[in-house]
Design a protein around this ligand. Sequence first.
Ligand code: TYC
Length: 113
Amino acid sequence: MTNLRPLILSGPTDDDDDTSVVVDTKPRTKRPPLYKVLLLNDDYTPMEFVVAVLEQFFGMTHAQAFEIMLTVHKKGVAVVGVFSHEIAETKVAQVMDFARRHQHPLQCTMEKE
Ligand code: TYC
């Protein structure tokens, strides 16, 4: 990225009778915000179902999925991935839809990192 920063100045000296205006055109390329996808514990969703969710929708191996499932079971919540807003929304919707279709109360949410 070039670091040349044109400073555009106008004011009483430029013959148009207005007040001074300074426009700094420094490039401001903000990285898009990231969102944590969280899985919540409940008393009814089977452990194997949660493991399957983590494998299917978050690309975890069986061992990774089992470990994260146990963390949620013991601690109540765990971050299962960090994504752009659109991807996080899609993951949450996929998990919630899959759980609803199987009549499990599993909850999945997202929050800004
Ligand atoms: N607590 C559930 C049980 O004992 C298992 C479970 C784990 C449920 C993780 C939800 O996100 C969850 N069957």
